[in-house]
Design a protein. Structure first.
Length: 206
């Protein structure tokens, strides 16, 4: 079922529930080739979230900044291609939210261990901010924080569980958001972790 969260943002609860096990197996295949890494922020902090990517462009940070790149800086090889199942899910979700021609070229895969969090931030490294972002939650539940357009604005808290898909577009695209520290637990499909797939159009649409 769909739940509007704010103008341009909609939660598609459990949309990916039945395919979650398959998605997780595919994540493990990608991570076997391009391992999860804890990147360093430009401020010099090690991120508690571990990340890898698939698709033409992958997001990462180091002391020089945040950016998208066609290569994994660690291996100097291109990222693994975006699996057809990932692309189909992202496009189905975007379509349900009213975004007809979503063509993601980047899929960031975040892995949260207990205590890992993502502080309030905006996603603005993409070239075309009229394109939405689709996120897919897998594994342990997490509390998502959805704020306003200033870091100090009040946040709504939303529990995201395995199979929940959220589409963030339109006026919600630049809202501050984050993930509260993950509570320890054991998930039947994902063990001690939460995973999040984030589909984006990072480069210029044609
Ligand atoms: C709301 N990831 O990787 S996904 C990120 O669960 C990120 O790993 C979180 O924020 C995670 O940048 C949240 C949900 C999400 C993604 C992008 C958004 C929410 C958003 C962009 C604008 C507003
Ligand atoms: Fe984000």
């Amino acid at each position: 079922w769909t739940e509007p969260l704010a103008p341009g943002a909609v939660i598609l609860r459990r949309l990916a529930r039945d395919e979650a096990g398959d998605l997780l197996r595919t994540v493990m295949e990608i991570a076997a080739v391009n391992p999860f890494q804890h990147r360093i922020t430009p401020g010099g902090y090690r991120m508690s979230v571990a990340m890898t990517n698939c698709g033409n462009l992958g997001w990462y940070s180091d002391r020089r900044g945040y950016r998208y790149s066609e290569q994994d800086a660690e291996s100097n090889r291109p990222w693994p291609p975006m699996p057809a199942s990932f692309l189909a899910l992202a496009q189905r979700a975007a379509g349900l939210a009213g975004f007809k021609d979503f063509a993601p070229d980047a899929c960031l895969i975040n892995r949260y261990a207990p205590g890992a969090k993502m502080s309030l931030h905006q996603d603005k490294d993409e070239k075309d901010l009229s394109q939405p972002i689709v996120s897919v939650s897998l594994g342990l539940p997490a509390v998502f924080q959805f704020g306003g357009f200033e870091r100090s604005d009040a946040v709504q808290r939303v529990l995201l569980e395995q199979g929940d898909v959220v589409v963030w577009g339109g006026p919600s695209r630049l809202r501050f958001h984050g993930i509260q520290p993950l509570k320890p637990g054991v998930h039947p499909d994902a063990g001690a972790f939460r995973y999040n797939l984030t589909f984006r159009r990072a480069g210029m649409a044609h």
